[in-house]
Design a protein around this ligand. Structure first.
Ligand code: ZN
Ligand code: ZN
Length: 285
């Protein structure tokens, strides 16, 4: 992939300005920029996109509701208030984890520098970060599903059998604290450049929001994989599905229409109409 030298030059120029402005104040060679930038990007993406999904669930316009994977459920205001409270508390509680992780990254010698990586290095590291997340999330998620542990932590996240976007961060604070560390494993292991962590800070909230949204929207990430996990509480412990495929923990899922409906749709026709009838699975339940 080639970016013209003018584009690369412009990107580098903007990055230098950003880097220098924070380095002048903190003199920490990009550490503050890395941690704070990642936090701000994550919060902005999460609350802006998550807020739109919440608005859709409250206003429930017919043209959007037809894209719901599960039958639409009313979202009473007391449930919204409780959801918002839990999410905000979790974000506050987990904030120190990010700053501690930032310190670890400095010790490890992660690339927080002034020079941008090449496109190839950027993409290679971003793919590694995503695969690392799939790997670590799968095993830790399976662990907290263990029958002796489940009721203490993860059960709270599964109160949502038909999840909504913001419920992605509805969890026991301790679980959320550790999940915040898990998402940072990839950047720590790869030692990737700060711009890769910024891209990750955009991709991650989008992934969790769409997976929990319950909407299979045209041109957007299909939510069936994780939605099925919330319906059945077994199967589909990973994010992409690679680890579930390797361990056979997607066997039940593969027999359902959800599996067939889990694909990107490039038309405005709801996937239930394109591949009928995924809802049979829920009726039998
Ligand atoms: Zn979930
Ligand atoms: Zn789970």
């Amino acid at each position: 992939m080639n970016l013209s030298t003018t584009h690369v030059g412009l990107l580098q120029q903007h990055w230098n300005q950003l880097f220098d402005s924070t380095n002048e104040i903190y003199g920490d060679e990009g550490a503050f920029l890395r941690r704070t930038g990642m936090t701000v990007i994550q919060l902005v993406v999460f609350w802006s996109v998550g807020g739109l999904f919440l608005l859709a669930d409250v206003l429930k316009p017919a043209w959007l509701i037809k894209y719901k994977v599960q039958p639409f459920e009313e979202l009473p205001s007391y449930r919204i208030k409780h959801l918002l409270r839990v999410v905000v508390v979790n974000q506050l509680v987990s904030a120190p984890a990010g700053y501690f992780w930032n310190w670890l990254e400095v010790q490890r010698g992660s690339d927080m520098g002034r020079d941008l990586p090449t496109v190839q290095v950027f993409l290679r590291d971003l793919i590694c970060v995503i695969l690392c997340y799939e790997f670590v999330f799968y095993y830790t998620h399976r662990l907290i599903h263990h029958r002796r542990i489940f009721k203490y932590f993860h059960k709270r996240h599964h109160e949502w059998t038909a999840p909504v976007a913001l419920s992605a961060m509805y969890a026991h604070p301790l679980e959320f604290f550790f999940s915040n560390i898990i998402v940072l494993m990839g950047p720590l292991i790869t030692g990737c450049h700060t711009t890769v962590t910024f891209a990750w800070a955009v991709i991650l909230p989008l992934e969790v929001l769409f997976s929990h949204s319950g909407y299979h929207l045209p041109f957007c990430l299909p939510p069936e994989f994780h939605d099925y996990h919330h319906i059945k509480v077994v199967n589909n412990y990973g994010i992409i599905g690679i680890m579930d495929y390797l361990h056979g923990t997607d066997r039940l899922f593969r027999k359902t229409k959800y599996f067939q409906q889990r694909r990107w749709v490039f038309s405005f026709t709801p996937v239930q109409e394109l591949i009928p009838d995924g809802k049979e699975e829920q009726k039998r339940k």
